[in-house]
Ligand binder design. Structure first.
Ligand code: NAD
Ligand code: DAU
Length: 358
C-alpha cells in the first residue's frame, strides 16, 4: 500500500467530498487539504465534526483559477490529489450548461497542469507514489436498455451537458497520462445517496418534501432506473483505488441496487410512515410531473473489476442505507435548516473571502 501523508481533495465541502474527508480524518492519520470554491453545493457545515482537526486545512479556491491552484500545490506539497469538485446536477446542466463546461472541463485541465508541474518537480519515492485520482460518473456511458451493465470497456455516449462535461474531463485525464506520464487513476460511480446530500437531488428532496407535506415530484412515469450506492461505501472505494489502483486504469463503482424512481420514492414513504406516522400515508404526496429532457432510462454498473482486483464490496444494502439516510435527515435538523434557509451561505460569506478576489 502506498503511504499517503497529505491528500489534496477538491470539492471537499460537497456531498461525496465531505464523506471522503470525514473518513480520512476519522479513520486514518492522513492530512487533508480541502480545495473548494463553495458554490451553492459547498457547505462547510458538513465538515463541522472534523474541521477542528490539526490535520485539516481549507482553501477557498476556484479550480479554474490557475494562479491560486498553483499556489495551493506550492504551499501544501501534496502526495496525492483526489478531484471531486464539479457542477453535479443534471437538471441545472440542462437549464444552464456554461458553469459545467467551465468547472468540469476547464477546471480539470487547470488541475492537470498544476499537478503535472508539481509532479515534474518531485523526486524519488515522492514522484513514483504521486497520484491524480479523477472522480467521475457512470453517466458518461449514456443509457442502458432493459439488459446489460456498464463495464470499464463500455463506449462513452454522454447525453446531458453534465455527462458530456464529465466525459470530456475523463478524456483529458487519460490524455495527461498517455502524453505526459502523469500518474492517474479514474473512477466512474453510480448514483450516491446518504447524509449531507443537497436537497435538489431525488432522495433528499423527497425525504424533506414528504416530512413537510409537500408534493413528491416524479419525472415522467417514474420507471427510469438508477443503481444506488451509499455514500460511505463510495468513499471507501475511492480510498482503496487511490491506494491500490493500477496507474492509468479506470474502475467502475456501483452497488448492484437497481431501483425505479417510483420504487425509491415509495420506499422512502413507507419508512416515513413508520417513523412519522402522523403524515401517513406519505405516498399520497406523489405527483407526476413533466419529464427531464433527454432523461436517461437506465444505469447499472458491473463492479466486478474493483471487487476482484482490489477486494471492494459495499457494506450497506439499499434497505439499511436508505433507512439510515431518512433517520439522518430527521435527526439533523440544524443542517437541514441551514441548507433550506440558505444560512450556510451567509455563514460562509461572513467567515471567508476569496484570496484571489482580495
Ligand atoms: P456536489 O455538487 O455535492 O459537490 C461539489 C463540490 O464542488 C461543492 O462543494 C462545490 O462547492 C465544489 N465546486 C464546484 N465548482 C467548483 C470550482 N470551480 N472550484 C472549486 N470547487 C468547486 O457533488 P457530489 O455529488 O459530491 O459529487 C462529487 C463528484 O463526484 C463530482 O465530480 C461528480 O461528478 C461525481 N459523482 C457524483 C455522483 C453522485 O451521485 N452524487 C456519482 C458519481 C460521481
Ligand atoms: O449516476 C451518477 C449521477 O447520479 C451523478 O453523476 C450525478 O452527479 C448525480 O446528480 C446523479 O444524477 P441523476 O440525474 O441520476 O440524479 P437525480 O437525483 O437528479 O435524479 C435521480 C433520478 O430521479 C433521475 O432519473 C431523475 C429523477 N428525478 C429527479 C428529481 C430531482 C425525479 O423523478 N424527480 C426529481 O425531483
Amino acid at each position: 500500500m502506498i503511504p499517503m501523508k497529505k491528500i489534496l481533495v477538491t470539492g471537499g465541502a460537497g456531498f461525496i467530498g465531505s464523506a471522503v474527508l470525514r473518513q480520512f480524518l476519522n479513520e486514518t492519520d492522513c492530512h487533508v487539504v480541502n480545495v473548494d470554491k463553495l458554490t451553492y453545493a459547498g457547505n462547510l457545515q458538513s465538515l463541522a465534526s472534523v474541521s477542528d482537526s490539526p490535520r485539516y486545512a481549507f482553501e477557498k479556491v476556484d479550480i479554474c483559477d490557475a494562479a491560486e491552484v498553483a499556489r495551493v500545490f506550492r504551499e501544501h506539497q501534496p502526495d496525492a490529489l483526489m478531484h471531486l469538485a464539479a457542477e453535479s446536477h443534471v437538471d441545472r446542466s440542462i437549464s444552464g450548461p456554461a458553469e459545467f463546461i467551465q468547472t468540469n472541463i476547464f477546471g480539470t485541465y487547470t488541475l492537470l497542469e498544476a499537478a503535472r508541474n508539481h509532479w515534474n518537480n518531485l523526486e524519488g519515492d515522492k514522484k513514483a507514489d504521486f497520484r491524480f485520482h479523477h472522480i467521475s460518473t457512470d453517466e458518461v456511458y449514456g443509457s442502458l436498455g432493459d439488459e446489460g451493465f456498464f463495464t470499464e470497456d463500455t463506449a462513452y455516449k454522454p447525453n446531458s451537458p453534465y455527462s458530456a462535461s464529465k466525459a470530456s474531463s475523463d478524456h483529458l485525464v487519460r490524455a495527461w497520462h498517455h502524453s505526459y506520464g502523469l500518474p492517474v487513476v479514474t473512477t466512474n460511480c453510480s448514483n450516491n445517496y446518504g447524509p449531507y446530500h443537497f436537497p435538489e437531488k431525488l432522495i433528499p428532496l423527497v425525504i424533506l418534501n414528504a416530512v413537510n407535506g409537500k408534493p413528491l415530484p416524479i419525472y415522467g412515469k417514474g420507471d427510469n432506473i438508477r443503481d444506488w450506492l451509499y455514500v460511505d461505501d463510495h468513499a471507501r472505494a475511492l480510498r482503496l483505488v487511490l491506494e491500490k489502483g493500477t496507474l492509468g486504469e479506470t474502475y467502475n463503482i456501483g452497488g448492484r441496487n437497481e431501483k425505479t424512481n417510483l420504487e425509491v420514492v415509495q420506499t422512502i414513504c413507507a419508512i416515513l410512515d413508520e417513523l412519522r406516522p402522523q403524515g401517513a400515508p406519505h405516498s399520497q404526496l406523489i405527483t407526476y410531473v413533466t419529464d427531464r429532457p433527454g432523461h436517461d432510462m437506465r444505469y447499472a454498473i458491473d463492479a466486478s473489476k474493483i471487487a476482484n482486483d482490489l477486494g471492494w464490496k459495499p457494506l450497506e444494502t439499499f434497505d439499511t442505507g436508505l433507512r439510515k439516510t431518512v433517520q439522518w435527515y430527521l435527526s439533523n435538523t440544524d443542517w437541514v435548516q441551514g441548507v433550506t434557509s440558505g444560512d450556510y451561505q451567509n455563514w460562509v460569506q461572513q467567515n471567508y473571502t476569496n484570496r484571489s478576489a482580495t
